[in-house]
Write a protein of this length. Structure first.
Length: 400
């Protein structure tokens, strides 16, 4: 196959960028040709035979909304040229990234859903920037619907995202779910006897929270409020405290001696190997990579229906679950009850961690990449022109 991947970054260091990197490197290993239209590419990809990069230079001094539009127009021109000269068989885009039509659209985020969230930046910020955040999401919500309808096939990163797409009017049979992957070598369990306590009081359970704590989206506030009743939990918080209200909130709740703010950290694998569970009641995610990393690290997870990986927890084989799903992400009492129940039996907590690792092993990066490549081959084999699809749909509606 001759594959074209269109995205801003094809790199290891971020969620969507990592997904595209893993797809690209697996395709190249299998002997396919891969053209990447992006601002940035991981250098090692270009060492492979069959790899090529069309660099779109970012306009760094412009607002993101304008930068992305410039990218969309420039990438569309490149795609038209590649199609005309038959240098690609298939074009994969990510949401609205280009004005050109994508054969496959990998959807990592749905702006049309995010704009309705009570913790959207427009609703929580009090500066003039809230209007820019609102405009940015509204424009993207409109453009992504345009891109979804033009795409031949859509890959959603979770069942949650698939449901959101169907609510937008996308045909269910057009959407396939392929979960994000995880590096099971970088993130792996550690023998309990070798764990370091990182300042946690001996005998207490160490929980980890990781993410942006400058906004309420990740929901650290509910975790802190739950700790008033869950007194045998100590919390490690990985995330920049710049402009964060939560250190002061911990003091106001008189739990500051049990909450350890470490600031921004790059050594997440090491942190996860040295805690007992991962607490992440996020209010909105598409398919949280950090939860997958916790599962790979062999620790139980406490998440919400909004995390985007709940089906992995619900569908896990075995009698012992890899995690617990909080029904109401804002219910601190329910979270406290869950935490108090988990810490009563540390052997059971350890067994849950083993189940977590098994879930991760079924969702590593290689398995994810192979699913994408199989999806590409299936699409090319059964390709339906979008115009023909629309004509056929209209014909069916007339008959009805």
């Amino acid at each position: 196959m001759k594959i074209c991947i269109v995205t801003h970054r094809v790199v290891k260091g971020e969620g969507q960028g990592r997904v595209n990197y893993e797809i690209a490197i697996e395709a190249l290993r299998q002997g396919h040709e891969v053209v990447m239209i992006s601002n940035e590419v991981e250098p090692e990809l270009l060492e492979y035979k069959g790899a090529s990069w069309i660099k779109v230079f970012p306009s760094l001094k412009l607002p993101r909304l304008l930068r992305y539009q410039i990218f969309a127009f420039q990438s569309a021109a490149h795609i038209r040229k590649l199609r005309k000269t038959k240098q690609v068989d298939l074009v994969m885009v990510n949401g609205f990234i280009t004005w050109a039509r994508g054969d496959i659209n990998a959807v990592h985020f749905v702006h049309s859903t995010w704009i309705k969230s009570p913790v959207h930046s427009f609703r929580v910020h009090r500066s003039w920037k809230r209007w820019y955040f609102g405009l940015y999401t509204l424009v993207n919500a409109y453009l992504e619907r345009f891109a979804f309808r033009r795409s031949g096939k859509i890959i959603a990163v979770s069942e949650k995202v698939k449901k959101e797409l169907i609510q937008l009017g996308i045909e269910p049979d057009k959407v396939q779910v392929i979960h994000n992957g995880v590096d099971v070598h970088e993130f792996h369990p550690k023998d309990i006897a070798l764990k370091t306590r990182m300042g946690v009081t001996s005998g207490r359970v160490a929980g980890l929270f990781a993410g942006d704590i400058s906004s309420p989206r990740k929901n650290l506030d509910t975790v802190l409020r739950s700790m008033v009743s869950a007194t045998e939990i100590e919390l490690i918080v990985a995330g920049s405290t710049d402009r964060s209200i939560y250190p002061q909130m911990a003091k106001d709740l008189s739990i500051e001696d049990r909450v350890h703010f470490l600031g921004y950290r790059k050594d997440m694998g090491e942190l996860m190997r040295n805690v007992d569970l991962f607490i992440f009641p996020s209010r909105y995610e598409a398919c949280s990579l950090v939860v997958l990393e916790a599962l790979a690290s062999g620790i139980p997870v406490v998440i919400t229906e909004q995390s985007g990986v709940t089906e992995m927890i619900k569908d896990a084989a075995g009698s012992i679950p890899p995690g617990v799903i909080l029904e109401d992400e804002n219910d601190a009492d329910q979270l406290a009850a869950i935490l108090n129940h988990l810490i009563q039996d540390k052997t059971y907590l350890t067994d849950m961690g083993k189940a977590s690792r098994e879930v991760a092993l079924q969702n590593d990066w290689k398995k994810m990449s192979l699913r994408y490549l199989e999806s590409y081959e299936d699409y090319l084999k059964n390709r339906v022109n979008p115009a023909a699809r629309m004509k056929r749909k209209q014909s069916i509606e007339v008959e009805l």
